[in-house]
Design a binder for this molecule. Structure first.
Ligand code: VTB
Length: 313
């Protein structure tokens, strides 16, 4: 199987993070996203591997680059599945807020769940201590009890990261009614998943309805790091609901880790685009950019923190 080196992935997400810098705080989401896509693709296109974009910028007709199904890499051999979000947290970047980054995840060919027209997904992500301990169908109070037990905490000390959206309002009430706390966020589901998965962070779980692509990306991180991740399609937009129904997709059953990403071999790479809780924005001096990346390999769960110096050409 042809996977790139982790350093190649870091080069790609670093290139995206650097390319976005002129757009930070300019309220130009599309400009920033386009710059990230071009920069990331310029690194991965000629790289020595062969991969198929499963989660990208959307269907081919809408996305000229990194479209779903696009083959990337100049190498030979079987394709790896690629999930990529060259700019996760477009609004954070547009508003010069913390916690935007560039992310790419790789798995074995055919391993990743393909969301098709399903844009929204209900999610539950927890760290390694709680792997196998939670039933996503259980009432919220029972889920939080199980999580508290697994983490050796009181329910009252748990902190759940969730997007502040009307669609999550009932869940937010249920979490609070169970006695746990909420971290209410304007965006950043992948960040929430990472905070739940990484040791030493305050967040105990990511919950609620956010993007399906971010769910699959989070599932790769969860599997590589020995955590747990569940997802259940939860279409919200009228056209999305119709398309998901027409495709006969299941919106009742929770998918587990192996449904979202099967296989064992995994690669995951995040590079900071604006300063944030887990990564810093690229820093520039007269000669070079310095980027800050987190690399994770599965199944070992080996983490690497990488600072890359990239000469300014
Ligand atoms: C979700 C979430 C992402 O954007 O897709 C969100 O998963 C968009 O949700 O992490 P809305 O359509 O309700 O705005 C992110 O938060 C990206 O920042």
């Amino acid at each position: 199987m042809t996977f790139p080196s982790l350093l190649t992935l870091a080069q790609a997400t670093s290139a995206a993070a650097i390319a976005a810098q002129p757009f930070v705080g300019r309220m130009d989401k599309n400009g920033a996203d386009g710059a990230c896509v071009d920069a990331l693709r310029a690194v991965l296109g000629p790289a020595d591997f062969r991969g198929r974009v499963v989660i990208g910028e959307g269907e081919k007709d809408d996305a000229p680059a990194l479209y779903n199904g696009e083959l990337l890499g100049a190498g030979q051999g079987p394709a790896a599945d690629i999930a990529v979000d060259p700019l996760e947290g477009t609004t954070f970047c547009a508003k010069a807020l913390p916690n935007s980054f560039s992310v790419i995840a790789l798995a074995e060919p055919g391993a990743m769940f393909e969301p098709g027209p399903a844009f929204y997904m209900d999610k539950l992500v927890v760290g390694p201590e709680a792997r196998g301990a939670l039933d996503p169908d259980a009432p919220m109070a029972d889920r939080l009890d199980a999580l508290a037990r697994a983490k050796g905490k009181d329910v009252g000390d748990l902190l759940v990261y969730i997007l502040e959206r009307p669609r999550n309002a009932q869940m937010i009430k249920d979490i609070l009614a169970s006695g746990a706390r909420v971290s209410l966020n304007s965006g950043g589901d992948v960040l929430g998943a990472m905070l739940a998965l990484l040791d030493g962070q305050d967040v105990d779980a990511l919950m609620g309805i956010g993007g399906t692509p971010e769910g699959v990306i989070s599932a790769v991180a969860a599997k590589a790091m020995g955590g747990d991740c569940f997802g259940r399609l939860a279409p919200q937009l009228p056209e999305e609901i119709a398309a998901v129904q027409a495709a006969g997709m299941d919106c009742q059953t929770w998918m587990g880790l192996d449904d979202l990403v099967s296989g064992e071999r995994l690669q995951f790479c995040l590079t900071g685009l604006t300063d944030g809780l887990i990564l810093q924005a690229p820093l520039r001096d007269s000669q070079a950019w310095m980027t800050d990346s987190l690399l994770i390999e599965g199944p070992s769960g080996q983490l690497h923190r990488l600072q890359s110096e990239i000469p300014i050409s």
